[in-house]
Design a protein around this ligand. Structure first.
Ligand code: MG
Length: 381
């Protein structure tokens, strides 16, 4: 039996996690969870999994449950520290954006394995997380479908014989639009992802290709690969979740439905492949797969991710903070779609080489950049 702690339980990854593990009541139980602002949905989920501890976002809210209620950012940390039994404990981090970082660190320090959907954790503080994982001897398994695929392709392989990790990209909502056509696209247009049902922030990040850029940085940290060995490719069907090219030109790929419940389950059941229920196998008949170049000129934020990744230090933190603030402004209709890129680029152009890399500086810079960008548009955190 594994004790699960799900942060972001009412979001897209969180609800899919609860959905898939409910088929294995003898293997997994949810001990703790955090939920978002929708209290009706929260109560429904809590009733379904009956956890011992629940974190609500706002202090003056309540739901009908016998579970211990905790609140806000401190509540997330209480869940990260909570211990219910001697069972193996996994924290599923499905929070959105930078809010995922500190709870991940706290969970590692409390000897929980991490199943990571919140890629911003690794983008902001990849080196730090990696050293903590080693120090506390916990496992970090990737939920992100591309990384879950690469991880499986690398199983049993020698990383020295890897030529390239090739991350596939569906292309997001605007993959068939030219840059000129992006001038006046709306929030609703950007939220229509062709293949995946996801939360708002990641759907916008997919349309700008920032998501793919973050995934390049995530892959760098997860698999200890230099950026020169990480490529991206447009694959509109989202069937091949990623590939690994070896030195003898063997090319391994992982195929599957565009259904996050499959990588979620493997991240939790690793190294076992459990028998999955209620999902039909992929039908290989008449499957047409296409691969095309993913242009860094068409998608400049992808180029920015390589730039910040190569520079290292606080640059990925800056990239993430500026993007997070810009996306939230776009979601509030305060800026245009292309202004997301402009804001991000204006911030990563600055010099951050004199700031030393530690958690205090990472959090401080993240906060400072977001507040600065939001204030320019009369908004706040
Ligand atoms: Mg992904």
């Amino acid at each position: 039996m594994v004790d699960l702690y799900i942060l972001g339980a009412s979001g897209s990854i969180g609800t899919q996690t609860i959905d898939i593990i409910s088929n294995y009541p003898k293997l997994f139980r949810v001990v703790g969870m955090s939920v978002g602002h929708d209290l009706v949905k929260a109560e429904e989920l809590v009733k379904k999994v009956n956890p011992e501890i629940v974190c609500l976002r706002y202090l003056d809210t309540k739901i009908n449950t016998n579970a211990k209620l905790v609140y806000g950012d401190d509540g997330l940390l209480e869940i990260a520290r909570y211990k219910s039994s001697q069972n193996k404990a996994i924290l599923v981090n499905a929070l959105v954006g930078s809010s995922g970082l500190v709870p991940t660190i706290e969970a590692i320090k409390n000897h929980k394995d991490i199943a990571l959907a919140n890629k911003e954790t690794l983008v902001m503080a990849g080196d730090l997380i990696k050293s903590l994982i080693k120090k506390y001897n916990v496992k970090l398994t990737p939920i992100d479908s591309e990384h879950n695929a690469i991880w499986q392709c690398l199983k049993g392989e020698n990383k020295k014989q890897v030529n390239k990790l090739i991350i596939t990209a569906s292309g997001g909502a605007f993959r068939d639009k030219s840059r000129a056509e992006l001038e006046n696209v709306s929030k609703d247009d950007a939220l229509k992802h062709p293949n995946w049902q996801m939360g708002a922030k990641i759907t916008i990040d997919s349309a700008t290709m920032m998501n793919k850029g973050f995934e390049v940085i995530e892959a760098h940290y997860l698999f200890d690969m230099p950026y020169s060995k990480i490529d991206t490719i447009m694959h509109k069907e989202s069937i091949v979740h990623s590939l690994v090219l070896f030195s003898d030109l063997s090319l391994k790929a992982l195929l599957g439905h565009a259904d996050m419940r499959i990588p979620i389950l493997y991240a939790l059941s690793y190294p076992k492949h459990l028998k999955i229920k209620n999902i039909k196998p992929l039908d290989l008949n008449n499957l047409n797969l296409t691969f095309n170049e993913l242009s860094k000129e068409r998608f400049p934020l992808l180029k920015c991710a390589y730039y910040c990744g190569e520079k290292g230090g606080l640059y990925p933190t800056v990239l993430n903070a500026a993007n997070e603030a810009a996306v939230s402004l776009f979601l509030k209709n305060k800026i245009k779609f292309l202004e997301i890129e402009e804001i991000v680029i204006s911030y990563i152009k600055k010099d951050y080489t004199n700031i030393s890399y530690n958690i205090e500086n990472i959090l401080e810079l993240d906060d400072k950049i977001k507040k600065e960008i939001l204030a320019k548009y009369g908004d706040n955190l």
